[in-house]
Design a protein around this ligand. Structure first.
Ligand code: CP
Ligand code: NVA
Length: 305
C-alpha cells in the first residue's frame, strides 16, 4: 500500500532515525561525487499553489541527482485553477507519475488529494504544516550538536505551520521545545495539546521571548506573516516587534547557541541582519540540508520497494 507524508505524525521515531542516517549518508556520498541513481525511471510531480524557492528546487535537484525526473506543475497553470476537482486531478496525475509533492493552502485539500491519489503524496507545505522542513532542520541540529535529546530548542515568533511541525516532531522524538509567541498567535490547540500529551519530553508555550531563550541550545524563527496572511502584515509587524531575534536576545542563550530560520527571511523584522549574518547563524547549512533530506524522503517514499 502506498504511504503518504502529510504530517510528521505519519512517521515513527524509527522512521525519523532511518531518515537522519540516510540523509547523512547521502550528503557524504554527494560530497564525494558518488552517484546514486535509485530513482531512475521514476517521475515526481510537484504541484505548487504557493511560491517556493528552496522546497521546489531541492526536491527537483534531489530527483535529478537520484536519476529520476521532476515535473513542476504550477497549480494556476493546471485545470485546478478552472475548478477541476482535486480528486479528479489526483486520479489523473496518479496515472502519469510515481509520486507527488504538493504545496497548497489547506491541509484538508491535501488530504483529499492524497485520499484520491494512488501514488505517494508528500506535503511540501500547507497552512497547517511543513513536515519536510522540520525533518531537514532536525538533520541540521544533529549535524551541529551531535544529538537532539537534552537540547533546549526555542521557537520565537508565530505559532505557524513550521511551529506545528515542530510540535509533531517533539511529540514523537520527546524533544524539549519552548515556543515564545504573542498571545493570540499561539499554535493551534488541536495540535499543541496532543503533542503535550504524547511527548516524553517537555513542550512549553509562553509569551516572553527573553524567558524562553534563557539557556537555549537552538533558537528558531520564521516570518511573522506567512503566505496567505499578507493582509495582516501591518498589524503583525506591530504585534511581533518584541519577538525579533536580535543580538540582545541571542546573548541570553547558551554561548554555543545556533540560530535557525527556514527562510525566506525578512531582515530587520523577525531577525536582525547582524544575527542573520553572524557566527551563530546556520541558515545556509540548514537550506542545503533540504537537498540531502529530500533525497532520503524520496528514496523512502518514491523508490520501487
Ligand atoms: N523554507 C522553505 O520552504 O522555503 P521555500 O518557501 O523557498 O520553499
Ligand atoms: N511560515 C512560512 C514558511 C515559508 C517556508 C509560510 O508559510 O509562508
Amino acid at each position: 500500500m502506498k504511504k503518504d507524508l502529510l504530517t510528521l505524525r505519519d512517521l515513527s521515531a524509527d522512521d525519523f532515525e532511518a531518515l537522519f542516517a540516510r540523509s547523512f549518508d547521502l550528503k557524504g556520498r554527494h560530497g564525494a561525487g558518488i552517484p546514486d541513481l535509485m530513482l531512475q525511471g521514476r517521475t515526481l510531480g510537484l504541484v505548487f499553489d504557493k511560491a517556493s524557492t528552496r522546497t521546489r528546487v531541492s526536491f527537483e535537484a534531489a530527483m535529478i541527482q537520484l536519476g529520476g525526473t521532476p515535473l513542476f506543475l504550477s497549480a494556476k497553470d493546471t485545470q485546478l485553477a478552472r475548478n477541476e476537482p482535486i480528486a479528479d486531478t489526483a486520479r489523473v496525475l496518479s496515472r502519469y507519475l510515481n509520486a507527488l509533492v504538493v504545496r497548497t493552502y489547506s491541509q484538508g485539500l491535501l488530504e483529499e488529494l492524497a485520499a484520491a491519489a494512488s501514488v505517494p503524496v508528500i506535503n511540501g507545505l500547507t497552512d497547517l504544516y511543513h513536515p519536510c522542513q522540520v525533518l531537514s532542520d532536525l538533520m541540521t541540529i544533529l549535524e551541529k550538536k551531535g544529538k537532539l535529546n537534552g537540547l533546549k530548542l526555542v521557537w520565537v515568533g508565530d505559532g505557524n505551520n513550521v511551529a506545528h511541525s515542530w510540535l509533531n516532531a517533539s511529540a514523537i522524538l520527546g524533544l524539549h521545545l519552548v515556543l515564545a509567541c504573542p498571545e493570540g498567535y499561539y499554535p493551534k490547540e488541536e495540535i499543541l495539546e496532543p503533542a503535550k500529551k504524547d511527548t516524553s519530553g517537555n513542550i512549553i508555550v509562553l509569551s516572553d521571548p527573553k524567558q524562553a531563550v534563557c539557556d537555549a541550545d537552538v533558537i528558531y524563527t520564521d516570518v511573522w506573516t506567512s503566505m496567505g496572511q499578507e493582509s495582516e502584515s501591518d498589524l503583525r509587524k506591530k504585534i511581533f516587534r518584541p519577538y525579533q531575534v536580535n543580538q540582545a536576545l541571542v546573548d541570553l542563550a547558551k554561548d554555543d547557541v545556533i540560530v535557525m530560520h527556514c527562510l525566506p527571511a525578512h531582515k530587520g523584522d523577525e531577525i536582525s541582519a547582524d544575527v542573520f549574518e553572524g557566527p551563530r547563524s546556520v541558515v545556509w547549512d540548514q537550506a542545503e540540508n533540504k537537498l540531502h533530506m529530500h533525497k532520503a524522503v524520496l528514496e523512502r517514499f518514491v523508490a520501487r520497494q
